[in-house]
Design a protein. Sequence first.
Length: 187
Amino acid sequence: MKKIIVGISGASGSIYGIDLLEKLSKATNVETHLVMSNWAKENIKLETDYSVAEVENLADFVYDNRNLGAAIASGSFRIDGMVIAPASMKTVAGISIGFDEDLIMRAASVMLKEQRKLILVPRETPLSAIHLENLTKLAKLGVHIIPPIPSFYDHPKTIQDIVDHQTMKVLDSLNIEADFAKRWDGE
């Protein structure tokens, strides 16, 4: 069974984390561990029709972002990968400098030190040179940076089509089967 941490930070785009949780909850042999920042919970209320409780119910395990003693804060707890979707620039900066202020940042730090899969879905535009430096530093450490940039070869008709394509890219990076979005198959 794969164990995946899903972190939802306070950037706009909480639907990316929610959609990932929905897809992972339907996958066989995947156990999900969810941690959300306080601003993520506010954005869920502002941006979606989901309640925080509904999002938490999509995960197998839920952790308080202030709990640095949680299982996912330790390298001895076996995890196959972590996705932060969306990843705020505050969270990206904290991970980049090893500032384990909260559980999202600490769990990401553990992924780095244990050389496990870490995926960031950064949500900011425009990106400043500081943002780019932090993301580049993390990419050089092996972090997969998968910004939510829509494709148009698949002719999306709805926002969900765009979100589906993003989730497919994240699941591909985790080596989890994703057959719900159109892939490029050549001309």
